[in-house]
Design a protein around this ligand. Structure first.
Ligand SMILES: Cc1cc2nc3c(=O)[nH]c(=O)nc-3n(C[C@H](O)[C@H](O)[C@H](O)COP(=O)(O)O)c2cc1C
Length: 209
């Protein structure tokens, strides 16, 4: 079956894309606006490059508020912190997704402590094992009140408990126990992994006979 997306409702387009592009990592974003701090999860998120290190986030329009608070704050200040979400923090993460009025500090609502950032005004979530301090490199408004933010990662904070070798940047990824979004209210854990050796030209199946 084919769905031509310019002929379906936007809610259908959302379902087709979000139900198939999964799992999606979750950026738990902290921003600072004129009315205080804001936190919310965003799963249209990934790493986009390393030189310079970049991440991208997709922020949809809110049917009532237009630009979501996170989008508004990033468009205004260019600053945001991406915190990653281990399973033990999913309830708090979910609380911060509430469609609260603009001036609500969802961090206070979820009882989350914060730690000041080094380069930017918004703080990071203290309990999160990994946090990226980011400054917006480019914002592409892709539709009415919908935007993609490309952020340059200025600093990475990782809890010492997950560092295996700081010099070599070996991280205990399984121990982080990060979760990702599936569809609707479903999430996936990152424990069910398997290994696949990368092929190299001239070796194994690609060696010269
Ligand atoms: C796990 C999860 C992932 C989400 N991902 C996105 C997303 O990628 N883009 C988006 O616009 N909203 C996403 N949302 C919804 C926002 O978190 C929600 O609209 C929130 O109220 C926005 O808050 P804000 O206005 O304070 O930024 C997600 C919600 C959850 C629970």
């Amino acid at each position: 079956m084919r769905f031509d997306l310019d002929q379906v409702d936007t809610a259908i387009a959302y379902k087709l894309l979000a139900a198939t592009v999964m799992p999606r990592p979750i950026a738990w974003i902290v921003t600072k606006g004129t009315d205080g701090l804001n936190a919310a999860p965003y799963s249209f998120f990934n790493v986009m490059g390393s030189a310079p290190p970049t991440v991208a986030i997709g922020l949809l329009a809110d049917p009532e508020r237009g630009f979501k608070d996170t989008a508004k704050n990033i468009l205004d200040s260019g600053e945001f912190v991406v915190n990653l979400v281990p399973e033990r923090l999913v309830q708090a993460m979910n609380t911060t997704a509430v469609n609260a009025p603009r001036s609500t500090d969802e961090l206070a609502l979820a009882g989350l402590a914060t730690t000041p950032s080094t380069h930017i005004a918004p703080p990071r979530i203290t309990d999160s094992p990994v946090a990226f301090e980011c400054r917006s490199l480019s914002n592409v408004v892709t539709g009415p009140q919908q935007t993609v933010v490309i952020g340059r990662v200025l600093a990475v904070h990782i809890d010492d408990a997950y560092i295996l070798d700081a010099e070599k940047a070996y991280i205990d990824t399984p121990k982080l126990d990060l979760v990702a979004r599936s569809f609707g209210s479903d999430y996936v854990r990152s424990r069910d992994t398997f290994a696949l050796d990368r092929p190299f030209w001239g070796q194994g199946a690609f060696s010269q006979k």
